[in-house]
Design a protein around this ligand. Structure first.
Ligand SMILES: [Zn+2]
Ligand SMILES: [Zn+2]
Length: 354
């Protein structure tokens, strides 16, 4: 798999890739300046040989490990209309910066790169800058490649104590921690998290650290066991239906429209519904329920990296159990298929065997 095969994102089948993979004889210098990258072009996903990016006024980072996120799978199905190299979860080593700062340093990187000039950027939060680019998501080639570019200020040196396989979870863990930026939680709040995918498992663990009782609702006993080992209560959707109106905060992280309805049912009056999933179908809202019960609906997307790194440093979150498989980048198309397979959690890509 890999070079020469394409994953047809419409039919979901692997078939010969019609893009002309370079076959002509190349001088060693040209080869040196090329790299592998897992890209979506038109509607097809394939590993291409493309030019290694030049740093410009940013940093050039050699990717050590990248993680496949559900967002990557959604993008490969056409979400956000992105074309280019996928991937936004990574650990790498800084190869070049214009000032020489951070060179040789192992880093993780915040994925939103703002314009630096607007009000939001000047206030230090580029996550909502209207002209931002986002690594592997909006107008910026991503991390499933041998090299990537990011502004130097997006990079955060990796504390020595955090192994690469844990550090690659910094971005999704930051997204889970982002909930705490959006809602304040008292340890008397009763919390339910819907969805036992990667995000749900991280959200449940982060929220449990507040001391509040957390219930994770999911389908797969092996996945639920990961958080049960951390003392978190779990149940199935069927069982959870008996606990309607019992929760002060419900986090929807299932990514499926029925999760939204379930979330509303579980909330007590004046409850807070945190949406972590982007729904692609139109989601119907029982608006009168929201009004009568005075439910607050809060969206939550990306979080800051510092709190996530802190948790990883302390070993406070079990991310190791979330790793299902690892593949060389050359097998990126296969890895994406595996990541889309039921029961599979995080799939990692390693550009170079070590
Ligand atoms: Zn992600
Ligand atoms: Zn801006």
């Amino acid at each position: 798999m890999g070079l020469g095969l394409g994953f047809d994102t419409r039919s979901g089948e692997l078939r010969p890739w019609d893009h002309k993979v370079k076959t002509k004889t190349q001088s060693p210098k040209t080869v040196f300046n090329e790299m592998k990258a897992l890209r979506i072009e038109k509607t097809r996903l394939a590993v291409h040989e493309i030019a290694k990016p030049s740093r410009g006024d940013e940093a050039l980072v050699r990717v050590l490990l990248s993680g496949i996120c559900n967002t990557d799978l959604e993008i490969s199905r056409g979400y956000a209309g992105f074309r280019g190299t996928l991937g936004h979860e990574f650990v790498g080593v800084v190869e070049e910066t214009s000032s020489g700062a951070l060179v040789g340093q192992k880093v993780v990187g915040e994925i939103n790169a703002g314009c630096g000039k607007c009000k939001l950027c000047r206030a230090g939060d580029s996550r909502h800058c209207a002209s931002r680019t986002v690594l592997g998501i909006v107008n910026r080639d991503g991390a499933h490649a041998e090299f990537l570019r990011l502004p130097v200020e997006n990079l955060i040196p990796l504390p020595k104590r955090i192994p690469e396989e844990h550090a690659v979870f910094t971005e999704p863990l930051a997204a889970a921690c982002g909930i705490l930026e959006r809602v304040s939680i008292a340890n008397s709040d009763r919390i339910a998290v819907i969805g036992d995918g990667k995000l749900g498992l991280l959200c449940a663990q982060v929220l449990a650290l507040t001391g509040a009782p957390v219930l994770l609702i999911g389908k797969h006993s092996a996945k639920l066991r990961i958080v049960e080992r951390r003392g978190i209560e779990t149940t199935t959707a069927k069982q959870a239906a008996k606990r309607n109106r019992e929760f002060d905060i419900v986090v929807e992280a299932s990514g499926a429209a029925p999760g939204f309805k379930m979330a509303l049912d579980l909330l007590s009056p004046k409850g807070r519904l945190v949406l972590k999933s982007t729904f692609h179908d139109t989601t119907e809202i029982d608006a009168s329920r929201v009004v009568v019960d005075e439910i607050s609906i809060v969206g939550s997307r990306c979080g800051r990296f510092a709190p996530a790194l802190d948790l990883l440093k302390k070993g406070a979150i079990d991310v190791e159990s979330l790793i299902s498989e690892e593949y060389p980048l050359a097998d990126g198309v296969h890895a994406m298929k595996r990541a889309a397979t039921k029961g599979i959690l995080k799939v990692l890509l390693r550009p170079r065997a070590q």
